[in-house]
Design a protein around this ligand. Structure first.
Ligand SMILES: Nc1ncnc2c1ncn2[C@@H]1O[C@H](COP(=O)(O)OP(=O)(O)O)[C@@H](O)[C@H]1O
Ligand SMILES: [Mg+2]
Length: 249
């Protein structure tokens, strides 16, 4: 449970939220705006403490930012005064990875997100999709075991979003980080996740835990034409749609 103080009152953001995430699992959290998705992610990432209850990673309570966790936010958080290569190097710098090892990992990271040729470019000269690739790789380059993503593609157009879904899935197939991906976009959640946590409107509770029974590897374009996809979408929307309908924002 998490409450925030607002004008002297305790306002609940999430309540009775309890679920477990398996090692290497890709979990999406979906729900209407304001239902507490970011709050849950921030608690997992040690940025916000729960008011009651606890978050555990590998059986240990989270009390600060865990060392093996990487965070990607919606608002692209790349630094405008650093080049693509220097932005990606940042996480490595924090961890004291320097010299040729740093260079090697930055080069590899740039290749993995298809930004070769843009090493020395500044973020202002890039598209939104490219900037989010930089932000993603800056987090992945340090090899986190747990990846927390808060609507990372929320500001992108559909085409760019699909491209990034395909890239994220390819990167995940290679490393199998444990991913917690927050989104209000159900199609995005189905495309990416093994399991979906469906939240109620605020104050958020867990309404349903849904296993996505779609085989991998997934083709992000073809998937959407398939009957299986339509069936999964329909089943979840049946439950989630009520929450969107009832949300007063
Ligand atoms: N730092 C904060 N102070 C006060 N209220 C907050 C704070 N962060 C979030 N809230 C409130 O908690 C609720 C859940 O917010 P949030 O986790 O951001 O939802 P979501 O990410 O699902 O849109 C909202 O009602 C929001 O206004
Ligand atoms: Mg949010």
């Amino acid at each position: 449970m998490k409450t925030f103080r607002e004008e002297g009152r305790e306002v609940p953001a999430v309540r009775d939220v309890s679920f477990e995430i398996r090692d290497k699992e890709f979990v999406a959290i979906v729900g209407p705006s304001g239902c507490g998705k970011s709050t849950i992610l921030n608690m997992i990432g040690g940025l916000v403490a729960p008011t009651s209850g606890r978050i555990e990673i590998d059986g240990r309570a989270v009390t600060g930012v865990p060392p093996n966790v990487g965070y990607v936010f919606q608002k692209d958080t790349v630094f405008p005064w650093r080049t693509v290569a220097r932005n990606i190097a940042l996480g490595l710098e924090y961890r004291g990875v320097t010299g040729t090892e740093q260079e090697r990992r930055v080069r590899e990271g740039i290749r993995l997100v298809g930004l070769e040729g843009f090493e020395e470019a500044y973020p202002a000269t890039l598209s939104g999709g490219m900037r989010q690739r930089v932000a993603l790789m800056r987090t992945l380059v340090v090899d986190p075991e747990i990846l927390l993503m808060d609507e990372p593609f929320g500001a992108l157009d559909t085409h760019t979003k699909l491209n990034l879904h395909a890239e994220l899935l390819a990167l995940w197939e290679a490393k199998h980080q444990t991913v917690v991906f927050v989104t209000h976009d159900l199609s995005e959640a189905i495309t990416l996740a093994d399991r979906i946590v469906v939240m109620t409107r605020r104050p958020g509770r867990v309404k349903m835990l849904y296993d996505v029974a779609l085989p991998r590897p997934r083709d992000v374009i073809k998937l959407r034409e398939s009957e299986e996809y339509a069936r999964e979408y329909g089943q979840i929307w049946h439950v989630l749609g009520e929450e969107f309908a009832g949300a007063r924002l």
